[in-house]
Design a protein around this ligand. Structure first.
Ligand SMILES: [Ca+2]
Ligand SMILES: [Ca+2]
Length: 392
């Protein structure tokens, strides 16, 4: 049986040398699927943990905006951390950014994500300015804020989606003053959303908990089909800004502007109030639940939307982190220690070689989104098969 598998894989490999059209690659899948059915017995090697395999490593030399190297350049891991190097430039087309004087440059980021995230007890840590996490393609995630507040009093905080929204491109991103491309909301071009299947892991926050796209299992135990995760926040019913969402009555010096065409409801984060009624997620856009990648359950953030193209506050992560934040990620220049192991996305079962067992895992993802999307176009397809076969 083993030798049969070997020959099957070898014949697929040989065939790949002869033809490489997409149409023919489709035929490969049929052949490869046949091969996969002959793989017998359990594979002893384990799939990578999602925190290692979720990243979109650039295996094709893909370039993004201004010919900059795109996506994640390298993923390495130790027993405690996963280290991610990226440019913060996606491989999909970005821009223009109306009215923005900034451009996009390679940020040469180095971040680390813990393999064992820890829940923060007591008062949670607010998400700050700058990166609060990273998408799986290495692009930085910012929180709801644009860093400004009404009259600089740090009471009524501008909502970046409302205030900076005109400078966002069609992918919901724009560059910061230091020319870092980032999103305050769903990275709409990173993959195709489907309301029929559980969304993939789209990033990790700097407390090392995963971030999922908008659609998840209806119930936290994995039952009930698929539904869009509902934020608990909604706009407050008010015409003046004299109280905070928790009911605190402000002194007049700390009033915000009355609701108007210039300052419509939603202009400030404090225009929203949280209610657990009908919400799927907690104050920080988190719930503990079963996901495809974490069948035993995990705390997870969800990108929240009203509908595609319409983000819902608090959008991604926050206003505070659920877990203990790794402050070493501030600035994005984490030093990678010696003795770390390089992650090879094609060796899907982490056995050390690319072989038929990897092909079997790959085929289970075909036509979906997952770690087998080596090309980074959002779907596991024949191009990815070619990349895998090239590594045999
Ligand atoms: Ca392998
Ligand atoms: Ca692909």
């Amino acid at each position: 049986m083993t030798s049969y598998v070997y020959r099957s894989a070898q014949s697929i490999f040989n065939a790949s040398l002869i033809v490489n059209s997409v149409q023919t690659a489709g035929a490969f899948v049929a052949v490869a699927a046949t091969a996969a059915t002959f793989i017998c017995g359990p594979t002893h090697a384990q799939a990578y943990e999602p925190v290692i395999s979720a990243w979109r490593v650039n295996l094709t030399g893909a370039i993004g905006f201004n010919n900059l190297t795109a996506d994640v350049q390298q993923v390495r891991y130790s027993s405690t951390y996963v280290y991610v190097n990226s440019s913060s430039v996606p491989s999909y087309s970005i821009g223009p950014w109306m009215g923005s004087p900034n451009t996009v440059t390679n940020q040469n980021f180095s971040f680390r994500i813990s393999r064992t995230p820890v829940v923060k007890t007591g008062t949670k840590t607010p998400t700050g300015l700058g990166n609060i996490g990273i998408w799986v393609n290495g692009v930085g995630i910012f929180n709801y804020s644009d860093g400004r507040s009404y009259n600089n009093r740090n009471i009524w905080h501008n909502d970046a989606i409302r205030v900076e929204g005109p400078s966002f491109d069609a992918c919901g991103g724009h560059p910061s003053p230091n020319n870092q491309y980032h999103n305050h909301q769903n990275a709409a071009c990173m993959f195709s959303e489907s309301n029929q299947v559980h969304s993939p892991i789209v990033g990790y926050a700097f407390d090392s908990f995963p971030i999922y796209g908008p659609y998840a299992y209806a119930n936290a135990d994995g039952s009930g089909g698929i539904k869009k995760m509902r934020s608990g926040y909604s706009l407050r019913n008010m015409t003046t800004r004299t109280t905070l969402p928790n009911g605190t009555v402000l002194t007049s010096a700390n009033y915000g502007p009355a609701v108007s065409a210039t300052y419509p409801l939603g202009y400030f984060a404090e225009d929203y109030a949280y209610s657990a009624t009908n919400a799927d997620l907690d104050l920080n856009n988190v719930r503990y639940c079963v996901t495809p990648e974490y069948p035993n359950g995990t705390y997870a953030y969800f990108v929240t939307i009203n509908e595609p193209g319409s983000p819902a506050y608090p959008y991604i992560v926050g206003p505070s982190f659920h877990g203990v934040v790794d402050t070493s990620n501030i600035g994005g220049k984490v030093t990678v220690p010696t003795g770390v192991t390089n992650y090879n996305p094609i060796d899907m079962d982490s056995s050390g070689t690319v072989d038929s067992a990897d092909l079997g895992r790959f085929l289970t993802q075909f036509g979906t989104y997952g770690p087998g999307d080596f090309s980074g176009n959002g779907i596991v397809d024949s191009e990815d098969l070619g990349i895998m076969l090239g590594g045999f």
